[in-house]
Design a protein around this ligand. Structure first.
Ligand code: SF4
Length: 355
């Protein structure tokens, strides 16, 4: 779990032991992308996501075979699980019966209030929260016109309708999301939602795209909201391996100093002054330290002009020379090493300082 929090006070929602909202730490979520009924693959993917640092995993439940698989998935995993359901309330009831930790369903889209009442009653009885997930691309008819074409307002209006239905059946254990593939609309919708509701907010820019574009859009959208102290759980949406979503989410949190303990590698962009092959050195160090959960700042700098200043500011670092580098530790120059020895020399110090 990430170490610091949004200051916006919302209700607290407990998702299988992970509490979000009300000042709790921001939880990282992701979603599996293999058939949920293929239990072997889905369980393996859930475990990979957990190893990558995911706090809550969601999977789609598009049919009864997927809902029936929840027994086995629950039995063989130990991370809170969310069933993503569209339209079919029976799948929600089946998932709740099988011990799912949260359901994502929009109660206004499941074919009538009697069905919403049944889902609310089952969820309440089993302490299962419901996320109402409003998506700009699949907004119900009429809202956009009613809001004069303002999509962010229309999304909040739609959420209000779903919330009212659950509240009517005495259900209040709610999380909300307002995702759009437009960063600006997403940010606007969540800002409005945070003024309108006291429920925890699940942040995400939906259909953000392939890796590089998706990370940038998510970082801008989610990052802007977190800086506004809005958001209680986040999901980066990428057309890629879901573990990459978790790495990206953790990087977003870390860039805002809310990512828990980790080794921060600062490295220079290289320029005409660089006389060592710095890029692979920085990448290698970054890869190797990515699993170390200790607070440490490592500098990998290309030259002795600007390098030593940054390197000295770090706990440990190098500043490159011509085919060599100087090693700094806590601001002190400790030795000079050949280019071929830079990685090992730096790693030796990092391991010593984080053991
Ligand atoms: S630290 Fe040195 S090598 Fe790196 S970008 Fe700055 S001036 Fe260039």
């Amino acid at each position: 779990m990430s170490s610091k929090i949004s200051n916006r006070k919302t209700q607290v929602v407990n998702i299988g032991g992970v509490k979000i909202g009300g000042g709790n730490t921001i939880a990282v979520q992701s979603m599996t992308n293999v058939p949920t009924s293929d239990t072997g693959r889905v369980i393996a993917q859930i475990k990979s996501l957990q190893d990558a640092g995911c706090d809550i995993v969601r999977f789609s439940v598009p049919d009864e075979a997927s809902a029936a698989a929840i027994d086995k998935i629950k039995e063989q995993t130990d991370i809170p699980l969310v069933a993503d359901i569209h339209f079919d309330y029976k799948l929600a009831l089946m998932s709740i019966e099988r011990g799912i930790d949260k359901v994502r369903i929009n109660p206004g889209n499941i074919g009538g209030e009697d069905k919403a009442k049944a889902v609310a009653a089952a969820a309440k009885k089993n302490n299962v929260p419901i996320r109402i997930g409003v998506n700009g691309g699949s907004l119900e008819k009429g809202f956009l016109e009613k809001c004069g074409g303002n999509l962010a307002e229309a999304m909040v209006e739609s959420a209000q309708g779903h919330v009212k239905i659950l509240n009517k059946f005495d259900f209040d254990d709610i999380v909300l999301s307002m995702k759009s593939s437009s960063v600006k609309t997403t940010v606007e919708a969540y800002r409005l939602a945070s003024e309108t509701f006291d429920y925890p907010l699940h942040l995400g820019v939906t259909e953000a795209g392939t890796t590089a574009q998706g990370i940038v859009k998510s970082a801008v959208g989610i990052g802007s909201l977190l800086l506004d102290e809005i958001g209680d759980t986040i999901r980066v949406s990428l057309t890629d391996d879901p573990c990459r979503e978790v790495y990206a989410a953790k990087q977003i949190l870390r860039s805002l100093d809310i990512g828990g303990d980790y080794v921060e590698v600062v490295s220079c962009p290289t320029c005409a002054r660089t006389k060592i092959d710095l890029i692979p050195i920085a990448n290698k160090i970054n890869d190797i330290v990515s699993d170390i959960k200790k607070p440490l700042k490592v500098a990998v700098m290309g030259c002795v002009v600007n390098g030593p200043g940054e390197a000295k500011d770090a706990d440990v670092g190098i500043a490159g020379g011509d085919g060599c580098a100087v090693l700094f530790k806590h601001g002190e120059l400790i030795k000079k090493v050949k280019e071929s020895e830079i990685i090992n020399a730096l790693l030796e110090e990092i391991y010593e300082m984080t053991k």
